[in-house]
Design a protein around this ligand. Structure first.
Ligand code: SF4
Length: 377
């Protein structure tokens, strides 16, 4: 699958680099000084690279954790994001990563110990609950056999019971979790869309049926599950069927999963910074999904306000049949300050947090991809 490995000179001898190389013995190895030389190069073609992405092994140098805006979370006051990887195995038509990055190559930051130190430092401040969301610029589990991410981070959270780790995924890559004793403070959160939309828009993502089977296995083993119906999508091809498609999805999910296994359920609508959306349109000029019905609002491309409200309302009503109110979260900038707080890190298909102005200015577009000169490009 991966036949080229770029490796920053600084991590050539890192144990995780050696482990990745051992798993990809045939890959050509090209040393580089900084991953930005490859990743941020001008005149790259995301779509062409997506057909055969290389893997870049790099060292994350700073901003290991990013604070979430106050309105986002699962009830804790302190919420953070982190990205051990940039880019994703899958190819969702609506994914903001294509609009944000020039390159489709995967970047894996191998210095997990620095992320862990930052988490421990935060966790050690006091006993207040702190939530840490992974899978912001990638899928948390899809490349687990290569990254060993779960294996490396679970022991840390076992020692930090007042903290919560969310693993956000669309994959069925659960072997590493099944090998471990379940952690009550690690939520395996699955992003789900109706199966016809998955087939049409989420290329490479396993069918709903296979993910439900994976979720059932995790539930049987005692892992808490998160259900992320985010982003909600209104495909023009199924325009009249929005409520039916989501009702079918909810019925399929809640008839299979034991209520006790469900940690939290969240809803969020599709939105994207306008400049990322323009990039997406350039990449897929003929795609019917990208034709709308969207509008521009405060620098964002989003569904028209009335439609967005209707989508959220429809799903909220449908979900109330299955989910107690204290487990249901609405992820929308409109709910900031409302009693029902939105949920944690969005799937990269729903980059609601990306442009959300943080008063401290600490969450910035492209924050995962630090370039050589420290600017975000
Ligand atoms: S939306 Fe999520 S699963 Fe889909 S390509 Fe983007 S990161 Fe991967």
């Amino acid at each position: 699958m991966i036949d080229t490995l770029y490796i920053e000179e600084a991590v050539l001898d890192h144990p995780r680099t050696r482990a990745v190389r051992a798993r990809l013995p045939r890959a050509a190895v090209i040393p580089c000084r900084h991953y930005g030389e490859i990743f941020n190069r001008r005149n790259q073609h995301f779509r062409l690279q997506k057909r055969r992405p290389a893997l870049i092994l790099a060292r994350k140098r700073d901003r290991f954790l990013l604070p979430a805006p106050a309105a986002y979370g699962l009830g804790a006051r302190h919420n953070f994001y982190f990205s051990h990887m940039l880019n994703c195995l899958y190819d969702c038509r609506y994914c903001f990563l294509q609009g944000m990055y020039r390159s489709a190559h995967y970047v894996l930051f191998v210095n997990y110990e620095d992320f862990q130190q930052a988490i421990e430092h935060q966790a050690g401040r006091d006993e207040a609950p702190r939530h840490f969301f992974s899978g912001y610029d990638c899928d948390s589990l899809a490349l687990e056999p290569l990254t060993g991410f779960v294996q490396a981070f679970l022991p840390l959270f076992r020692r930090l019971p007042h903290c919560l780790l969310e693993l956000r995924t669309k994959s069925t890559q659960i072997r590493a979790l099944l090998r471990e004793k379940p952690l009550p403070n690690c939520v395996v959160a699955f992003s789900l869309t109706p199966e016809p939309l998955r087939q049409r828009l989420e290329h490479g993502v396993p069918p709903l049926e296979r993910r439900l089977a994976a979720m059932e296995r995790l539930a049987r083993r005692g892992w808490p599950l998160g259900l992320r119906f985010d982003p909600l999508l209104h495909d023009p091809e199924h325009r009249c069927d929005f409520a039916r498609l989501y009702e079918e999805l909810f019925t399929a999910v809640f008839s299979r999963l034991p209520a006790a296994a469900i940690h939290s359920v969240s809803l969020g609508v599709f939105r994207m910074p306008e400049d990322y959306f323009r990039n997406l349109l350039r990449l897929h000029p003929d795609d019917a999904f990208l034709a709308g019905p969207f509008t521009g609002r405060a620098g964002m491309t989003a569904y028209r306000e009335a439609l967005e409200a209707e989508m959220l309302d429809t799903c909220r009503r449908l979900l109330q049949r299955h989910v107690p109110p204290d487990k249901l979260f609405i992820c929308s900038t409109e709910t900031e300050g409302a009693a029902e707080g939105p949920t944690g890190a969005p799937d990269p298909g729903s980059p609601i947090l990306r442009p959300c102005p943080d008063p401290s200015g600490s969450i910035q577009p492209g924050s995962g991809a630090d370039t050589m000169d420290g600017h975000h490009e």
